[in-house]
Ligand binder design. Structure first.
Ligand code: FE2
Length: 437
């Protein structure tokens, strides 16, 4: 079955699966067509300014009060929420990991969530968590929603299908999806095994960054974001709904599928985006801009220019700058950087940072090209070079990212990561020429 999508970012969408199921000219008629219930899903306070006011109207077989019953506690011990501090002994450092191993036991998307870092405070609705998901089993009668934040999903291995109450998103590596806070969904696997990264955003929603002098085009263009058309199932079988709420998990049993929205309209909705449609802007003479030039989505913190989260990619691009050290420069940062590699090679670290791997460069901890990368870059013949077969990304936050016990003890952590800078030589010799031997 092919699922369809509507283009645009933050549009006021409307979609119906049955003719006339979406009320026109009003939100809450006395008797909605097809015997549907009208329900509003609010992603912002009612009184938020127009530019950030987000809500959708859902026309569904049963109202959501019928999609929860009495809750019982549920246990997902590897999915952590901030603050999650001091649960391991690992000393401070720059860290890097090989990929998180695939599970040996049957594991669905929710059970397969492994938190690597948390930042900020879930109760204060600030900060984020960075997770890796690994799964080998579809959710069939199990459903989930996250009251703690929206989920930015970055697949790295395998295609998946996010069957949400507002429509179906098919997603493969190279694409990303954002599922808003509170949205009910289940995850079906298209491929046998899947792995990817998730940024759980506790704060204000991800949005497109301003472009400033770049103008009205380039970077992520709004029309390349795709929101699913309505889709529903009428399934009267025992189902479960699990909720993540203030860091804890709760499960409730219901007698039917909660994915029963026949029509909806509004601007609070899930979406996907193909990273290949990102139009990068960069240096065309010398130096290069800060990596913020590659921001796909940003979640504001309330302080101007200081993001709760920036989602930044490092896409294929031409390097043409003259008399320039072309890889990312050495760097210390007030923002904390969680990086992943979807495929290919990252130019500052050609070895050791592998697809599915992770690196973490936290608040004010130094990082930059490894010794090999530095040597190669200062010796390079600076003709135009196409940096191809690469797609790295960064979840960057204003808050320090606290490593979880799972991340600290993960067997794929590279204990020798720090050694990647060991061979950087002293090149100062008191002469203007320096020692570039
Ligand atoms: Fe950095």
């Amino acid at each position: 079955m092919a699922f369809s999508y509507m283009p645009g970012f933050g549009n006021d969408f409307e979609t119906e699966t049955l003719p006339g199921s979406l009320p026109q000219g009003r939100n809450s008629p006395q008797r909605p067509a097809y015997g549907l219930y009208a329900e509003q899903l609010s992603g912002s306070p009612f009184t938020a300014p127009r530019g950030t006011n987000e809500r959708s109207w859902l026309y569904r077989i049963r109202p959501s009060v019928k999609h929860t019953g009495r809750f019982k506690p549920a246990d997902y011990p590897l999915w952590k929420s901030a603050p999650n501090v001091g649960d391991h002994e690992l000393a401070l450092g720059q860290y890097r990991w090989n990929p998180v191993p695939m599970p040996k036991e049957p594991t669905d998307f929710i059970a397969g969530m492994r938190s690597i870092t948390t930042a900020g405070d879930v109760l204060g609705q600030t900060g984020m968590a960075a997770h890796v998901y690994v799964a080998n089993r579809s959710m069939v009668d199990d459903h989930f929603f996250n009251a703690d934040g929206e989920l930015l999903i970055v697949p790295q291995v395998g295609a998946l299908r996010f069957v949400t109450e507002m429509g179906v998103i098919e997603l493969r590596p190279g694409e990303i999806a954002v599922l808003p806070r509170g949205l009910v969904f289940k995850v079906e696997l298209v491929d046998a095994e899947v792995r990817g990264y998730v940024c759980e955003n506790y704060g204000a929603k991800l949005t497109l960054p301003d472009r400033g002098p770049i103008g009205a085009n380039c970077l992520a263009n709004p029309r390349d974001f795709k929101t699913p058309c309505a889709w529903f199932e009428e399934k009267e079988t025992p189902c479960r709904l699990t909720v993540k709420w203030c860091g804890n998990f709760h499960v409730t049993e219901i007698g039917h599928s909660p994915l029963d929205v026949v029509a909806w309209h509004g601007n609070y909705a899930p979406y996907k985006y193909d990273l290949a449609t990102f139009s990068p802007v960069g240096a065309i003479l010398f130096d290069h801009p800060d990596p913020s030039i590659f921001t796909v989505l940003t979640a504001p913190s309330g302080e101007e220019g200081t993001a709760n989260i920036d989602f930044v990619i490092f896409p294929p691009r031409w390097l043409v700058a003259e008399d320039t050290f072309r890889p990312p420069w050495y760097h210390r940062n007030i923002m904390s950087e969680f990086m992943g590699l979807i495929h290919g090679q990252y130019d500052a670290k050609e070895e050791g940072f592998v697809p599915g791997g992770i690196s973490l460069h936290n608040l004010m901890l130094a990082h930059g090209p490894d010794s090999t990368g530095f040597e190669k870059a200062f010796r390079a013949d600076l003709k135009p070079v196409k940096l191809d077969n690469t797609m790295a990304f960064m979840f960057e936050t204003r808050f320090p990212q606290m490593l979880t016990r799972y991340g600290a003890e993960l067997e794929t952590r590279q204990d020798n990561y720090i050694d990647c800078w060991a061979d950087l030589k002293k090149r100062f010799n008191g002469t203007p020429e320096g020692d570039w031997s």
